[in-house]
Design a protein. Structure first.
Length: 330
């Protein structure tokens, strides 16, 4: 079951007060931290070279794109020297910058400009916009922040779905008191260097798509060890509501089967969510989309897939990983 979204009558006053606090705190912090800013900039220039400031497009409130500013923490890509992955390019100096969050000082400029806030969901990559579920996209109903509920609850050590659940909880319950609590809780997290990255990784793994939508979650099938079988589980009851079989890649498309458990309530929602979660697996395997076996489905089910943007392909239907496309491999 999804969230019930409401805008409180006092939300306008909250927004104005929050923006004023952002201006005062970010402006004051930039002034006070200017010697630190200059010192870090000199060290980055000496140890990592130019450019000192890392710039990247990120989606902000309502998905509007802005350029985020950070201190550089990685060396340039250089295949000849074995510098390809994030792990290869990250230096001990860069790790220390990230561990202390000093690399994020320039983001105070983004806050001052109004592109970010002190507190809110972290701004992620623009390519993730079309990968969110409809619920996860609600994280863009507020400005992105320097810190947020997910950051004080585990940062990059959390799974993507757990992070987004916390982002949505913040959007739903945000208030000045919540913002102050998050800011105060951020200090020990930063000083303790908690959750900077996933274990064994320099950064967070890519987000390919949701494994959890509403009350449904895609999990490994416990009784099919060794096979590429997955279960869609109703998290409120723990019951399996669908079984998904991933057969493998064929012509750049992931072959899958989705069998909804008989008498499952709202079977169409389960099918739709299963397909959306399987699209994430397709992206992870560099597939163009999924090809769903419908040989045992009723005409009504096939018609349902067509309404979901799929195209009939013999006794299968196809769905692209890109929401702007209706046919895989197009």
């Amino acid at each position: 079951m999804g969230w019930v979204w409401e805008d409180a009558p006092a939300r306008g006053a909250y927004t104005r007060t929050k923006r004023l606090a952002d201006l005062v705190v970010s402006g004051g912090a930039l002034l006070v931290l200017s010697p630190v800013f200059a010192g870090v900039a000199i060290l980055v220039r000496a140890k990592l070279g130019r450019p000192v400031i890392f710039r990247q497009e990120r989606p902000g409130m309502h998905g509007e794109v802005f350029e985020i500013l950070k201190f550089r923490t990685m060396l340039d890509v250089d295949p000849g020297r074995g510098r390809v992955s994030d792990e290869d390019r990250m230096t001990p100096f860069g790790r220390r910058l990230r561990a202390t969050s000093l690399d994020e000082i320039p983001e105070l400029i983004n806050v001052l400009r109004g592109e970010m806030s002190l507190v809110g969901p972290r701004p992620l990559r623009t390519k993730y916009l079309e990968r969110y579920s409809a619920e996860q996209a609600r994280r863009h109903d507020v400005p992105p922040g320097l810190t947020g509920l997910a950051q004080i609850s585990g940062r990059n050590a959390l799974t993507w779905d757990d992070r987004f659940d916390l982002d949505l909880e913040y959007v739903r319950t945000r208030s000045l008191a919540t913002d102050v609590r998050i800011l105060l809780a951020t200090v020990p997290k930063v000083l303790g260097h908690h959750g900077i990255a996933q274990e064994g990784r320099a950064t967070m793994d890519d987000f390919f798509g949701p494994r959890r939508i509403g009350r449904h979650e895609l999990r490994p099938a416990p009784d099919r060890a060794g096979e590429d079988a997955l279960s869609v589980v109703d998290r409120t009851t723990g019951a399996e509501v669908a079984r998904c079989i991933v057969s493998g890649l064929s012509s750049g498309v992931l072959e899958v089967g989705i069998d909804v458990v008989p008498d499952t309530e709202d079977a169409e929602t389960v099918r739709s969510r299963a397909a959306e979660m399987l699209l994430g697996i397709a992206r992870e395997r560099d597939a163009h989309g999924i090809r769903i076996d419908t040989s045992h489905d009723s005409p009504e089910t096939v018609e349902f897939w067509i309404t979901q943007g799929c195209r009939i392909d013999g006794d299968h239907v196809r769905r692209s990983v890109a929401r702007t496309e209706a046919v895989a491999g197009r």
